[in-house]
Design a protein around this ligand. Structure first.
Ligand code: GLN
Length: 199
């Protein structure tokens, strides 16, 4: 039997749903979960997850730890990245009313788009590219994507709003698969990293 190479998947570990992502990855046999805080750790991973949390706080810490520029460079060189919620905001080239952070993905996002009245909610949907089974969706003070530009593909729209998208090596979701028991998205991202490695 041909042994498959495992992928080292980093989780940016400053703030937010870090432990939850690491624990989901630890359930996958193809992934080696690795916390990332330093540039040295960044260079050891094959792909990275930017967790949910508070995008302004995570952006501030990226600058404090000197990781904003090296992370942007690695993504632009093709390293797969997946931003969940705040992580998606970090990736966006355009944030309504604010300056971008990493500014690498061709999406226009709106922070806290669902407003105060619906702070958090849950739903489910089938996303054929990711899994044939319905995926539980957890939204917490979530952004949505107003518009995708360039070659960005929409993976899911909910009530007319784009909540998941893919542009080459960059995956973005408004919701938090790490706060559910469903590993489908973590598997999908791990496969993306392993595919990318082969190229
Ligand atoms: N509202 C947060 C922000 O704007 C994102 C919320 C989340 O990641 N759950 O950064």
């Amino acid at each position: 039997m041909v042994s498959k190479k495992k992928a080292a998947i980093g989780v940016l570990s400053y703030q937010g749903s870090v432990e939850e992502h690491l624990s989901m990855l630890s359930r996958l046999e193809d992934a080696i979960p690795m916390p990332v805080k330093t540039e040295e750790q960044l260079h050891q991973v094959d792909g990275i997850i930017l967790p949910g949390g508070e995008s302004t706080t995570i952006a501030r810490l990226l600058n404090v730890f000197g990781l904003m520029e090296p992370l942007r460079n690695r993504i632009q060189q093709g390293m797969p990245v997946w931003g969940t919620c705040a992580g998606m905001i970090l990736l966006a080239k355009h944030i309504r009313g604010e300056r971008p952070h990493l500014g690498v993905m061709d999406i226009v996002v709106r922070r806290n788009a669902y407003g105060r009245q619906i702070d958090s909610f849950e739903d489910q949907a089938v996303i054929p590219q990711v899994s044939p089974d319905p995926i539980p969706l957890v939204f917490i003070r979530a952004p949505w994507i107003d518009r995708v530009d360039g070659n960005t593909q929409v993976l899911l729209q909910l009530d007319g709003h784009i909540v998941a998208a893919l542009e080459r090596n960059m995956l973005a979701t408004s919701f938090h698969p790490e706060l559910t028991q469903c590993t489908a998205f973590h598997r999908y991202f791990t496969d993306l990293v392993r595919e990318w490695e082969k190229q």
